[in-house]
Write a protein that binds this ligand. Sequence first.
Ligand SMILES: [Zn+2]
Length: 215
Amino acid sequence: MSAKCRICSNETTILNDPQFQMSYSVCSVCCFIRKNDPSPLTPEEEKAHYSLHDNTFESKGYVQMFKNFIDKGIRPYSLHKGLALDFGCGPGPVLATLLKDLGYEVDTYDIHFEPNTGYTEKRYDLITATEILEHLDDPLPVIMSLKNLLNQNGVLAFMTRFHSNDPEAFLNWWYRRDKTHISFYTPKTFRYIAEKASLKILLTDERDTCILSRL
Ligand SMILES: [Zn+2]
């Protein structure tokens, strides 16, 4: 039986992956795709998995990815360089360091690596969540809680790889092979997220970036 889409609440259809014997719920309205019955990793397994990522200043590609993200999505829209939160910063807070270099004061939070939840008591001018949304089983409540931490003109900057809305291409897509990736989006999905969360879209590209602000 198909489930309701966790973003737009419309009926989804099932996309089966016979190769790996798993299935996805696909929403034809907002294009959100969610893995069904994601195999539950223990927190220790998850942490070990993320520790394998090459997330340091040693990795030139990783650093350049964030520089591009800042140039494209943050510099033009986040005009007040006050307090920022890097939500889900991972083991090597490269983005936080680059934001500090730009003049922000930066808090970091990561469920595995920086588990201090003091950020929930503060308000931010910029919140980044890069390579996070694909790990979330139920993203909308998390996005809404982040929105509630924004100052009046605060900016919410997301990075997650967009799928191409083609079932065959999806099944051959490297990005979904990571077993911790369970939720997949397109720019259209973010239009629905923005509406549900009372956010305004400032920028989406066709690849991986969505920048939003409070309405
Ligand atoms: Zn939907």
